[in-house]
Ligand binder design. Structure first.
Ligand SMILES: Nc1ncnc2c1ncn2[C@@H]1O[C@H](COP(=O)(O)OP(=O)(O)OP(=O)(O)O)[C@@H](O)[C@H]1O
Ligand SMILES: [Mg+2]
Length: 259
């Protein structure tokens, strides 16, 4: 049994996770659930894109065996109160900007693991910190689930696919390219021999220019800070607001090809 948790409004990134799950498991469940506990009071829960019928036909074509699309009341029944408390992995980056977000993510993924009983679950590396939080949770709570990370699937111009790209006007969609362009510029500098994290971070910030940066960090792939120079690999990780959309992107230099 394989599981691919999603919030729906599916794109090719999600479908790549489904195909990967299908390679690893004979029966693949895709969950579609816009999880209220991972949204803050000022987040976009109410207007998050929803298209269940469209999603189901895409999933059939991608080889999913079953779709699990529960109601909020089914996942959080009367009297429910239990939450998965996350730790240091969830603290920096998105954890600073979205208080409670990863607690909601970990809680709903724990519920999905319990309900579906997968032996493998596939998550995207676009949400790099989320993947790290889920890996940590699965290990700490002894879930018998192999957590697989899938590379970021990009549009033709390099922009990471995201359901929230639907919020972008054509002009904003053009500006959204600065995230991948920043990763490219810093990635090329790394490949040219630059190993100073502060220099790579300055390149990220320079290319992001006037966009609203939530964070633009150069960290160890385990999310820890560098003390001194970068070794073999570094995580370049970005969150920016472009119009109404909050966009994420990242690149592990020394491990992944520059996009
Ligand atoms: N471009 C992508 N490449 C690979 N995996 C992706 C991509 N986009 C999303 N995923 C993965 O799909 C799973 C479900 O994510 P989700 O439904 O939140 O989609 P999303 O595109 O991230 O939407 P949003 O940006 O609005 O959060 C997660 O594991 C996520 O990392
Ligand atoms: Mg997402």
């Amino acid at each position: 049994m394989g599981l691919v948790p999603t919030m729906g409004a599916l794109h090719e990134g999600h479908l790549a996770l489904v195909r990967e799950a299908r390679r690893l498991a004979s029966f693949v469940v895709v969950s579609i659930f816009v999880n209220p506990t991972q949204f803050g009071p000022n987040d976009d829960f109410a207007r998050y894109p929803r298209d269940l019928d469209g999603d189901v036909s895409k999933l059939e074509a991608a080889g999913a065996s079953a779709v699990f699309a529960p109601s909020a009341g089914a996942m959080y029944g009367p009297g429910e109160e239990t939450r998965v408390r996350v730790g240091a992995t969830a603290a920096p980056l998105c954890g600073l900007f979205r208080p409670g977000h990863f607690e909601g993510v970990a809680t709903v993924v724990a519920k999905l693991f319990a309900l579906v009983g997968p032996c493998v679950a596939v998550f995207g590396r676009k949400d790099y910190q989320q993947l790290a939080v889920i890996r940590r949770m699965a290990e700490d709570l002894f879930f018998p689930v192999v957590v697989v990370g899938h590379p970021i699937v990009r549009e033709a111009d390099g922009v990471a696919m995201s359901s929230r790209n639907a919020y972008l006007s054509p002009e904003e969609r053009g500006r959204a390219r600065v995230l991948v362009e920043a990763l490219r510029a810093a990635g090329r500098a790394f490949e040219g021999g630059e190993r100073n994290p502060a220099v790579l971070q300055a390149i990220l910030r320079r290319v992001l220019g006037g966009e609203v940066i939530e964070y633009a960090e150069v960290l160890r792939p385990d999310l820890g800070p560098f003390e001194g120079a970068i070794g073999d690999r570094a995580l370049l990780v970005l969150a920016c607001r472009v119009g109404k959309a909050r966009l994420l992107d990242n690149l592990v230099v020394g491990e992944e090809a520059v996009p």
